[in-house]
Design a protein. Structure first.
Length: 268
């Protein structure tokens, strides 16, 4: 396999706060790669640097072999890096189809004047976006919801719609920021199945989560960060047993207490 995304010693500082500190990792093409860590570990900040929302303080990001460090988000998107957000960013008073069409319009040449005057280019691009939008909604089992307002969808379905809109940008890699946030167990299981299907369909996926169980059941490789620093990386089985990861999630004090209890029970 070859790396589709290569992150090299990326730092992001906000004044004296080191939100991300010399984080390096690579994402192989065709896999699901997880980035986990406790709340406040710097996961979303790292995503924002990768996608151009935040400029990196130092370090470099390479995507498909090209340096994309500090490029504007729209250029990163056009190069093939799609993403979702921790807080759902749908246009709630627009239909499901119109939300997806927005993603397709990032690939068209229509400008404000074309839209205002309804030029032939505008009409052609609108037809393209509608046709491709319905095709995409069919692939993600949402075609029957095309005319529904996004605001009227169940929470889990809104999450799926946001992913569908990201897919409309024709990404080479899809970055999902806590896609299961706020979901109940049934919705989470549906989401896991959905992400697996996308991966089978050929998408390389990077998932941010603090839900260890979800990541362990979903990902081929995992990077763990805590307080902005990478503390572990590897396959799920190795990460699950890593002492640094256990301490990051449970705390050193609780680890020691747990060990003493186990020892006491064994001596009894």
């Amino acid at each position: 396999m070859s790396a589709i995304l290569d992150v090299r010693e990326v730092c992001k500082y906000f004044g004296g706060l080191k939100a991300v500190e010399k984080v390096s990792f690579s994402v192989e093409k065709g896999i699901i790669h997880g980035i986990i860590g406790p709340n406040g570990a710097g996961k979303t900040t790292l995503f924002n640097v990768l996608t151009g929302t935040y400029p990196a303080t130092s370090g470099d990001v390479f995507f498909l072999g090209k340096k994309v460090t500090n490029l504007p988000p729209e250029k990163v998107c056009r190069l093939g890096m799609g993403r979702t957000f921790q807080n759902i960013k749908l246009f709630k008073q627009m239909t499901v189809l119109d939300n997806v069409k927005i993603g397709f319009h990032s690939r068209t040449g229509t400008n404000f004047l074309d839209a205002f005057l309804h030029t032939s280019r505008y009409r052609r691009d609108e037809e393209f976006a509608r046709e491709k939008g319905m095709e995409l909604l069919g692939r993600v089992d949402m075609a029957h919801l095309a005319d529904n307002l996004a605001a009227n969808l169940a929470y889990g379905t809104q999450r799926r719609l946001e992913i569908a809109r990201a897919l409309a940008t024709s990404p080479e890699i899809l970055l999902l920021d806590e896609p299961a946030a706020g979901m109940n167990p049934v919705e989470t299981e549906d989401l896991i199945a959905f992400i697996r299907k996308l991966n089978v369909d050929g998408y390389t996926i990077v998932v941010i989560e603090h839900d260890m169980k979800l990541i362990m059941n979903l990902c081929h490789a995992i990077t763990v960060i805590d307080h902005g620093i990478k503390i572990c990386e590897g396959p799920p089985n190795a990460v699950r047993c890593d002492q640094n990861v256990i301490e990051a999630y449970l705390g050193k004090g609780r680890i020691g207490l747990s060990s003493k209890r186990k020892g006491g029970e064994g001596d009894a």
